[in-house]
Design a protein around this ligand. Structure first.
Ligand SMILES: Cc1cc2nc3c(=O)[nH]c(=O)nc-3n(C[C@H](O)[C@H](O)[C@H](O)COP(=O)(O)OP(=O)(O)OC[C@H]3O[C@@H](n4cnc5c(N)ncnc54)[C@H](O)[C@@H]3O)c2cc1C
Length: 401
């Protein structure tokens, strides 16, 4: 059996390994259009490669996918994060989980993953052709013909693992075969807040803020990082993933409403203040911050509420107190534009899910053709979920069921 894998990234390599695991005698070639293999693996996770996440329940794991939750739940029953850990361990690569469940090689170096894959390629006798773009696929009676720059070759089975593309035109060759493409839009980006003085707080992290996107049901609680262009951090990135499509429809112009303190409503803030006031009333407001906010943030909010930081708590008028409470609970910022996060960004969109049978990853449109990785309309939030989708779909596709 002759098998072609198109794309030398995470999903393509994993699919190739799976083919050899399930079909020892198959002849497998990975075609990569660029001169570099596993380029994203190398730069991933800040050069450490966040390989997967230590969420070892298929149904819980699937909840981290804004696109493809239902389908990935089924796929994870075949190969999930635990299987990834075992797969790497069997090949001498130990993974460790950090406090937030992200898993990295203990070497903290993505090269460990690349070396492991290249060893595996050698051991399994997988061929690799770099600088070999596949331009067209033609479905034939006996299999699939691949058209390269100046030749064609016939294969029994083909796995497409060509990754995401920011433009719909990048999927045209797959559309030509009859596949439906869910229009691509970016996911995992940060919010630009041009001209707003909050940007002066760049580098500051608020550990537990709740960010809501006005006019939607989208909301996320987690760390928010101030940047010189606006806001980033896990809460913002995760919101960008859940809201990838609706935020694209808004052309990245929307308001966010932030609760900076882990307190639900005005009554609770008032109760906390009333409780604290007897001890802090003679203190300067700047020095007695009952909300445990970092000093720079506290000063910023006081200034925003037109409260002199050097005034005493006993001097605070009812009006100023209400203004401050409102900022603590419902601080609004106008977002205009996005910045693709330098650490991780993915495509939301790609091969429409109903075109694939997730038991095999085979196309329902074209026989003997399988899909794996980001080319499919599946994407996860940050935390190792995107690689996990690549390993899982690559593994299933490589069974060539
Ligand atoms: C900077 C960055 C950091 C990231 N960090 C993480 C992380 O730590 N953890 C995580 O889970 N996810 C991370 N991601 C996301 C993750 O890298 C991707 O989801 C994953 O690499 C997708 O794998 P893939 O094999 O589907 O696609 P890709 O890795 O994009 O590989 C596709 C390959 O196919 C090739 N190709 C395309 N078209 C053709 C063609 N016609 N012929 C031949 N070859 C072709 C491409 O050149 C490419 O090499 C990160 C992404 C970025 C950009």
């Amino acid at each position: 059996m002759k098998v072609a894998i198109i794309g030398g990234g995470a999903a393509g390599f994993f699919a190739a390994f799976s083919v050899k695991e399930h079909h020892k005698d198959a002849e497998v070639v990975i075609y990569e259009k660029s001169s570099k293999l596993l380029a994203k693996v190398r730069v991933s996770g800040g050069g450490r490669c966040n390989v997967t996440n230590s969420c070892f329940s298929a149904s819980k794991l699937s909840k981290f996918y804004p696109r493809g939750e239902k389908q990935m739940k089924k796929a994870f029953s075949v190969f999930q994060a635990k299987d990834t850990v075992v797969w790497f361990e069997e090949r001498g690569v130990k993974l460790k989980a950090e406090d937030d469940n992200r898993m990295f090689p203990t070497s903290n170096n993505s090269q460990t993953i690349i070396d492991c894959f290249l060893r595996e390629v050698n051991e399994k006798g997988i061929q690799i052709a770099t600088q070999t773009p596949v331009n067209k696929l033609i479905s034939t009676k006996n299999g699939i013909t691949l058209r390269f720059d100046n030749r064609s070759e016939n294969f029994d089975k083909v796995v497409i693992a060509t990754g995401g593309s920011p433009k719909e035109a990048g999927f045209q060759w797959l559309k030509d075969l009859g596949h439906n493409i869910t229009p691509p839009v970016p996911s995992l980006f940060t919010f630009n807040i041009p001209g707003n003085p909050i940007r002066k707080l760049m580098g500051l992290v608020i550990d537990t803020a709740t960010v809501r996107i006005q006019g939607t049901k989208l909301s996320y609680t987690g760390p928010v990082l101030m940047t010189h262009w606006g806001m980033s951090g896990p809460a913002i990135l995760k919101l960008s993933a859940w809201g990838a499509r609706v935020l694209a429809e808004k052309d990245y112009n929307f308001n966010i409403q932030i609760n900076w303190v882990s307190i639900k409503n005005e009554e609770e803030v008032n109760a906390l203040l009333d409780n604290e006031l007897p001890t802090i009333r003679r203190k300067k407001i700047i020095n007695a911050n009952p909300f445990n906010l970092p000093n720079r943030m506290w000063t910023f909010l006081l200034r925003k509420a037109d409260i002199s930081p050097d005034s005493l708590w006993l001097e605070l008028s009812k009006k100023s107190r209400n203004k401050l409470i409102n900022l603590l609970l419902n601080d609004v910022y106008k977002v205009s534009g996005k910045t693709t996060f330098k650490e991780e960004f993915v495509t939301c969109g790609g091969i429409t899910l109903s075109d694939l049978d997730f038991n095999s990853m085979e196309s329902r449109v074209c026989q003997n053709l399988y899909f794996a990785g980001e080319v499919i309309n599946v994407d996860g939030i940050t935390g190792g979920f995107n690689f996990q989708a690549a390993w899982t779909t690559g593994y299933i596709a490589g069974k060539l069921l």
